[in-house]
Design a protein around this ligand. Structure first.
Ligand SMILES: [Zn+2]
Ligand SMILES: [Zn+2]
Length: 427
């Protein structure tokens, strides 16, 4: 076949998908425990939502969006992130009118046209939580605690919160100028991209991943001396709140995140051994996003984490994904004649809530030796195998084999469930 998945996307096959299901289960439970309600958002939006909401000078909007005209000539974009869509939905449906707040989460695919590399795909799945309508630092601390709790429950090791503030429209211009002055004096050491960013978005020079730029950025002025009084006290209260809850955090003045909409708190959570740490989520506050897309003032704080990345880090750390789902029972028909009875038994056991596999594919399989069929039943992981042969068929019975003990009993068809349940409860 010539048709393959497009470059940069991948299929999540059964060997991995059960791990995703586990991560999503733990996430959904944790979100509910923190009072966050799930929403399902469209995967495409009007392009303007992102160009105005995420920001024209971000990498995402400049070069990574999947934007196209639909058949009606409207410009639409596959969502590159979830926050702008969440804020749009909250505004559109009046979830935060008259001072109400909303705690929402969602999960699903996001799309960015990036260079594909290990752990980075053009379609990737994100978990995303947003707390809308609460301007105070308590909401920031809760969002950080929520994300950390998900990763703690997933068994990730050495969780560390990396924290920064990116100020607000009152104090950022002063900091921005200090950065422009500093980076201009070091201009000859910066990469082309950073020189281009100097005028338009100097904060982004701070998070350049190139070593030369990084060395210059390490010595750049820190935001802390430039924060206004309100931003300073907000930042202090976030730090105090984290300490109160027992979180270890470290400050990183270069953490500015790639998005224009952040105000005040920016953070990431790292996991893993020192020197091999991975960021498993990132987030922060975005008090002006709503206004930038034409809405009223609506403060917000949230985070997003990539499931592909989270699963990868869990695998690296040997974290548990719980038990891979496997059949409890395998039904084996020993002859063509027993096929109907085995289908009926399979269906009945499934309706009673057992996970059941049936080895009764096509007639070519009847040629398989009984030994081979039992071998594949054993390989299915089922704790029980129900066998129907000509003898059982004639007497209306079923041979029930306990795969753990090797014991086998022949019982009337109607007794199969009880036989399995009794033996299971005795263990
Ligand atoms: Zn400020
Ligand atoms: Zn650079």
């Amino acid at each position: 076949m010539d048709i393959r998945a497009p470059r940069g996307v991948r299929d999540i096959l059964p060997d991995e998908s059960w791990k995703w299901a586990y991560v999503l289960d733990v996430t959904a439970k944790t979100m509910a425990d923190f009072g966050y309600a799930e929403v399902h958002l469209p995967v495409f939006e009007q392009t303007e939502l992102f160009s105005r909401g995420v920001g024209d000078t971000t990498d995402i909007v400049e070069k990574e969006m999947y934007t196209f005209l639909d058949r009606g000539g409207r410009s639409v974009t596959l969502r590159p992130e979830a926050t702008a869509g969440m804020v749009r939905a909250a505004l559109e449906h009046g979830l935060c009118v008259h001072g109400a707040s909303a705690k929402l989460w969602c999960q699903g695919p996001m799309f960015r046209y990036e260079r594909p590399q290990k752990g980075r795909y053009r379609q990737f799945c994100q978990l995303d939580a947003e707390c809308l309508g609460l301007p105070g630092p308590v909401a920031d601390v809760e969002i950080i605690a929520l994300s950390a709790e998900i990763f703690r429950r997933l068994g990730l090791k050495n969780l560390e919160v990396v924290l920064n503030s990116v100020g607000c429209p009152n104090c950022r211009p002063g900091y921005r100028q200090a950065l422009v002055d500093y980076f201009t004096s070091k201009k000859e050491g910066l990469c082309e991209t950073c020189i281009g960013r100097l005028d338009r978005n100097p904060l982004r020079v701070l998070d350049c991943k190139l070593p030369d730029c990084g060395a210059i950025a390490d010595a750049a002025p820190a935001v802390y001396e430039h924060l206004c009084g309100e931003c300073t006290s907000h930042f202090e209260e976030v730090k105090a709140g984290l300490t109160r809850l027992g979180f270890v955090y470290k400050l990183d003045k270069r953490l500015v995140r790639g998005l224009d909409y952040y105000t005040r708190t920016a953070y990431e959570i790292l996991s893993g051994d020192l020197g091999a740490q991975n960021a498993v989520c990132g987030g922060g506050r975005y008090d002006n996003l709503s206004e930038s897309i034409g809405g009223p003032h609506l403060p917000g704080v949230g985070f997003a984490g990539g499931i592909d990345r989270i699963v990868m880090v869990m695998e690296q750390q040997g974290a548990s994904f719980g038990e891979r789902p496997q059949p409890a029972v395998c039904v084996v028909a020993q002859s063509e004649a027993a096929r109907g009875a085995s289908q009926v038994l399979t269906h009945r056991l499934r309706r009673e809530g057992f996970a059941v596999e049936q080895d009764a594919g096509d007639s070519s399989r009847w040629a398989r030796s009984f030994r081979a069929q039992m071998k594949s039943a054993g390989g299915s992981g089922a704790a029980w195998v129900c066998i129907i042969g000509d003898e059982e068929l004639a007497s209306g019975s079923v041979a029930v084999k306990n795969m753990n003990t090797g014991d086998q009993v022949v019982v009337p068809d109607a007794e199969v469930t009880r036989t399995i349940q009794t033996a299971t409860s005795e263990v």
